[in-house]
Write a protein that binds this ligand. Structure first.
Ligand SMILES: [Zn+2]
Length: 73
């Protein structure tokens, strides 16, 4: 599923394929790469709301990963 991303550099590939930790960059169910930019305090102890935004350029090597128009809402 995540084959689409991570071809630009080893860092991103490692991040989205690792099982060793929970990366803050993930491929969403809609196939869009998202990066968590913060944690929302929603008042529930066992539920943290991550604030995600689509990533259009790889933060590590600068390669364009997806077109902004492809963002599905
Ligand atoms: Zn990259």
């Amino acid at each position: 599923m995540s084959d689409e991303f991570g071809t630009c550099c080893a860092t991103l590939k490692e991040l989205i394929s690792t099982k060793e930790f929970s990366p803050l960059i993930e491929v969403g169910d809609d196939g869009v790469l998202y990066m968590s930019v913060g944690i929302m305090d929603n008042g529930k102890e066992d539920e943290e709301g991550m604030v995600d935004y689509p990533v259009f350029y790889c933060p590590f090597c600068g390669t364009q990963l997806q077109e902004q128009d492809e963002e599905k809402t």
